[in-house]
Design a protein around this ligand. Structure first.
Ligand code: DGJ
Length: 553
């Protein structure tokens, strides 16, 4: 059906409309035959979160396509990359300019194509609603809106000039966005009883660059009024005297105000969508420097940066997750971002990421429900001169996205985790799993599991060798305690050994099973012993999963 629509001659609006209705009819008919699965939801237990999909914890092994790859003509260049990577979930945009090219008329054909092709590839989807905001701009607003800047207004800077960013105070934009998003969600409710779509991203890296806030008359009026009590409380500022924004927040007033305004707007869009169909929803944020944040004005203002998470939580309660787009390549900085967003009121999800694949272990160690590297498809041919190539392990996304070479480093890790993803998500939710990755300058790390400690060492090249670290940090491992004396261990480029915490006891391996996950179930392959684990459990470049029983003497 999609191809038929594409082949219709330009100008045949009636035929296109007819074919689009037939496509929608086919989706609804298909949906009518599909079994209704429970709606995906986030649950919290003992301070940990799970994304429940088909009523069980789900780990998003995600892959985000390039910005312009969500078009039917591009999808043949998407699926092979996803398959090669072993991702289980694709993050793919839905473009407002396509969805509502004519005011008030919604075109579901693109989203229907994405749904049916994802199902054919047995993949789940996270749809990215590129609407009022995309990286601080309004470039995905439909043309009919762009042509009316006086109605769908821009941010006004301190000097009274319009900025290339939408105003969060435009009631007309909010109304149009909310209606369109609600229509999209209502459609998904009808055509997706099998829950191919598991979460929604509302907008993309919202906020503004070049000015800290909107100075339009509507904004000025609110900026000099009392700060809402819930915002003051969330930011631990005394409500005495009902201070206006400047008095309440001083040098942070501008960024706090714009964040509140953007969050309030996006919260309303999300709420309108949830009223139609309550999938979990998140907002992704362009970050401040996590190690040495510069002053307001040096980063995108208005998005869910680490300093305004509490404002976002009160202003946008319909947004379930504030997710950092973590592109830090330095290990300490990457981990710092995770720690800043790892809060009681916020599940850890990385809507976009770059850096080293091993960083996923750090995220799992903080209970992450998922992780999604950006730029995964084959829409680009390699065009980087050799001399410009980075020489270390790190992936520089902007240069290499859209190529097989860019996807390749994720393949071992995703192929290890994909078949066991449900177990990993469940064990993490139950608080039984810990995960860690190699940090520069640290050759061993210790994880504590009650009566047992697990020592993870990097760069041991002999049975009784000493750890010297890998030539560059590349190791990582997850360890889950299955019972008092049983562990599940999976990882790369490290050695793991266990030690009883009681000083007078020594460890012995009772049984070390190498296995493989098939359809989510651990299948025994062989017992490892002798050269294979006399020195400890060795993990290298090949995905390896072990079930280990330990005892004492
Ligand atoms: C972050 C944005 O959220 C993505 O959509 C994309 O623009 C990347 N940056 C860089 O290309």
């Amino acid at each position: 059906m999609r191809q038929s629509v594409g082949k219709v001659a330009v100008g045949s609006r009636v035929v296109i409309g007819l074919l689009a209705s037939l496509a929608a009819f086919a989706m609804v008919a298909q949906a009518a035959g599909a079994k209704d699965q429970p709606i995906p939801r986030l649950v919290r237990q003992d301070g940990r979160y799970a994304l429940m999909v088909d009523d069980a914890p789900y780990l998003v092994l995600g892959a985000e396509v390039n910005n312009s790859s969500g078009w039917p003509a591009m999808l043949p260049k998407v699926w092979p990359a996803i398959e090669y990577m072993h991702a289980n979930t694709v993050e793919i945009p839905v473009y407002w300019e396509q969805f509502e090219a004519k005011k008030g008329e919604y075109d579901y054909s693109l989203v229907d194509t994405i749904l049916s092709e994802a199902r054919a590839h047995q993949l789940r989807l996270i749809l990215l609603w590129f609407a009022t905001w995309k990286n601080g701009n309004a470039h995905y607003m439909p043309e009919w809106m762009k042509r009316e800047p006086d109605v769908y207004t821009h941010v006004i800077d301190e000097n009274g000039h319009p900025v290339d960013s939408p105003s969060p105070f435009s009631a007309a934009s909010l109304d149009a966005d909310s209606k369109a998003f609600a229509a999209l969600m209502a459609h998904l409710k009808t055509v997706d009883p099998q829950r191919t779509v598991i979460m929604m991203q509302v907008e993309n890296e919202p906020g503004v660059y070049g000015t800290q806030r909107d100075y339009s008359p509507a904004a000025q009026k609110l900026f000099s009024s009392a700060v809402p009590a819930d915002v003051l409380k969330a930011m631990n500022v005394s409500a005495a005297g009902s201070p206006d924004w400047k008095h309440a927040f001083g040098g942070e007033a501008e960024v706090n105000f714009h964040s509140w305004a953007v969050a309030r707007y996006i919260g309303q869009v999300a709420a309108a969508g949830k009223a139609a169909y309550p999938l979990p929803m998140f907002s992704n944020a362009a970050l401040r420097d996590p190690m040495t944040p510069g002053p307001a004005g040096t980063y995108e203002s208005g998005g869910a940066t680490d300093n305004v998470l509490s404002i976002w939580k009160v202003a946008a309660p319909a947004i379930d997750i504030l997710g950092p787009d973590d592109y830090q390549t330095d290990t300490a900085a990457y981990v710092k971002v995770l720690d800043l967003y790892h809060r009681d009121d916020n599940p850890i999800y990385l809507p976009e990421t770059g850096g080293s694949p091993r960083f996923l272990f750090f995220a799992l160690g903080r209970g992450a429900i998922g992780f999604s590297p950006f730029g995964i498809d084959y829409t680009k041919t390699l065009d980087i001169p050799d001399l410009a190539r980075p020489k270390d392990e790190f992936l520089v996304p902007w240069a290499r996205v859209g190529t097989k070479e860019f996807v390749a480093p994720f393949v071992p890790l995703y192929s290890l985790l994909a078949p066991m993803a449900r177990d990993v998500a469940r064990l993490n939710f139950e608080g039984k799993l810990q995960a860690i990755a190699e940090e520069p300058g640290k050759v061993t790390q210790v994880l504590h599991f009650g009566d047992w400690d697990a020592t993870v060492s990097y760069g041991i090249w002999a049975r009784r060798g000493r750890p010297v670290g890998n030539p560059q940090p590349m190791g990582g491992v997850l360890i889950a305690k299955l019972s008092d004396h049983e562990f599940l261990v999976a990882g790369f480029y490290c050695r793991v050994d266990f030690k009883p915490t009681a000083a007078d006891l020594h460890k012995q391996f009772l049984r070390v099973e190498e296995g493989t996950y098939q359809n989510g179930v651990f299948k025994f392959l062989r017992l490892l012993n002798g050269d294979q684990n006399d020195g400890g459990l060795d993990f290298n470049s090949v995905p390896l999963v072990l079930r280990v029983s330990v005892g004492t003497y």
